[in-house]
Design a binder for this molecule. Structure first.
Ligand code: MG
Length: 229
């Protein structure tokens, strides 16, 4: 059997982070820009770079490198502050811990994240739930790597090539995620996708968008392992 790279989405796939992302944006935007929030932040599987870019532009603010970087830093600062609350009130979604443990122990799988969260925020979130050990974050891709989620897949493949010496063909890469943006990222990059309807999209919506493998929630590890192809 061939080796595979499994790239997990974080929010609503592995964990429920209490909608703290949207709240964080509403807090940092006035702090960083000096302007009130007039348009809500749209997350929904976007990368944080994409969300920041969209939020600034929707307020007629030019997304300069300094401003984008200041927003990303402020975002991580908020998550550092709410880390304890996240650990206490948030939760790891059913099936996630079991699947992560099983895949971690599978020598044919290389497991990391492909997430809209910046690397700093992803580390805080996964750390809050003691999940960091399950991933090789050095081969993952994050929300501060690219404006669009689809752009993250080639970045993760390149990191795997450099770090592991393995050139994963796109169809040896499996994304596990919950949004239409996860579906699009897989289609755009040629990666496989396992979709879970544990976020704001129903299984039917994910299927209609072109997801071929859809679960209502993370299944037992053996079932999920089979679905990786
Ligand atoms: Mg998600």
């Amino acid at each position: 059997m061939d080796e595979r790279m499994v790239l997990w989405d974080v929010d609503h796939t592995l964990i429920d982070s209490l909608g703290l992302g949207g709240a964080a944006y509403h807090r940092i935007f006035p702090e960083v820009t000096g302007r009130p929030v007039q348009q809500r932040a749209v997350l929904d599987g976007r990368t944080d770079l994409g969300t920041i870019d969209h939020m600034l532009r929707s307020h007629d603010i030019e997304p300069t490198e300094d401003l984008v970087s200041a927003m990303a830093t402020a975002l991580a600062g908020v998550f550092e502050e709410v880390r304890a609350e996240l650990a206490e009130r948030g939760r790891v979604l059913p099936g996630a811990a079991e699947a992560l443990a099983a895949f971690d122990a599978d020598p044919l799988l290389h497991q990391s994240v492909l997430t809209g969260n910046t690397a700093d925020v992803a580390r805080i979130k996964l750390g809050a739930f003691d999940l960091l050990d399950r991933f090789d974050l050095g081969i993952g891709a994050f929300g501060d790597d690219h404006l669009r989620r689809g752009g993250l897949v080639p970045i993760a493949r390149e990191r795997a090539r450099l770090k592991l010496g393995i050139d994963f063909a796109p169809d040896r890469v499996v994304l596990i995620g919950d949004t239409l943006n996860d579906v699009r990222a897989a289609h755009e990059s040629g990666a496989r996708l396992v979709a879970v309807a544990t976020g704001s999209y129903s299984a039917e919506e994910l299927r209609s968008a072109g997801a071929e493998v859809v679960f209502e929630a993370l299944p037992p590890p053996k079932v999920l392992r089979q679905a990786l192809g």
